[in-house]
Ligand binder design. Structure first.
Ligand code: OOG
Ligand code: MG
Length: 263
């Protein structure tokens, strides 16, 4: 376990890389003894910094939950991260590339919770019953590590590469019956299909990402608050974008999200 002052110092280093859109060396190079628990302590410190400057925590994200993502990143265990109000981009909005290092986009199924969930005993159906609605999401990830290369400990300390996210399309109430495993997704970049998949790519069922998130929260004495948005993880590999690119993610029966990348 790293000392509290080192955790704090690392959090400030991460915030400065995120805010300044610059890369940093993998944190495990200077601190090879750093463990996953330390990385989540860095996230706690990040959360305090963000709240102190007026951001609101709006939810949580699970990452590295599909085989495509795990293989692309060479990391084979899910990670969790914090989503704040500052990361939200409106549908049809323009993402400013100058604020980011080397962003990539992911198509994800997002859940907005109606009720607080605490503990690890919740079945898939329990979680569905506690959900307000399901909505398409595009996450814009942006690792602060050079060449987007990292290990699990380092990426968690960088808040799971979180940078921006967009929700859009049509929300749907999963309590009214919907097959959450077979939601087809097509990602187009500048009008060409660049990736496609189905929601079962996420751990066999996207709600399993929420089950794992609940285990993670429970181990830290936390719950998933009512009103939280949860991103369950990229269904396909992430797609790199540049200035001028336009992304359209189409979700079967749930509409689509368009987002543009400007300077
Ligand atoms: C880590 C974050 C992964 C997802 O949906 O799998 C993630 C990364 O690949 O940089 O957000
Ligand atoms: Mg993601």
């Amino acid at each position: 376990m790293l000392a509290d002052n080192i955790i704090n110092e690392l959090a400030h280093k991460v915030v400065s890389a995120q805010d300044g859109a610059h890369t940093m060396e993998k944190l495990t190079i200077a601190y090879p003894e750093m463990e996953m628990a330390d990385s989540y302590r860095v996230q706690d410190a990040l959360r305090n910094i963000w709240i102190a400057r007026g951001e609101k925590v709006v939810g949580l994200k699970a990452g590295l939950t599909s085989k495509a993502k795990m293989e692309q990143m060479g990391v084979h265990e899910p990670s969790f991260g914090i989503l704040t109000s500052r990361m939200a981009v409106p549908e049809n909005g323009i993402v400013k590339m100058t604020e980011l290092v080397h962003p990539r986009v992911e198509a994800e199924i997002a859940f907005v919770m109606e009720r607080e969930l605490r503990g690890t005993h919740h079945s898939i159906n329990d979680i569905i019953q506690a959900t307000d609605f399901v909505i398409p999401a595009v996450e814009i990830i942006d690792s602060r590590y050079e060449k987007f290369k990292f290990d699990l400990v380092s990426v968690i300390a960088d808040n799971g590469s979180s940078s921006r996210y967009v929700t859009g399309g049509k929300p749907r109430d999963p309590k009214q019956g919907m097959d959450l495993q077979t939601i087809g997704v097509v990602i187009e970049k500048n009008g060409e299909i660049v990736a496609l998949g189905a929601s079962a790519a996420v751990l066999g069922h996207p709600v399993k990402a929420i089950q794992m998130l609940l285990e993670h929260l429970d181990a830290r004495g936390e719950s998933l608050p009512a009103g939280s948005i949860v991103l369950t993880g990229g269904i396909t590999e992430a797609i790199a974008v540049e200035v001028g690119d336009s992304i359209n993610a189409r979700f079967q029966d749930l509409g689509s999200i368009t987002i543009k990348f400007g300077e």
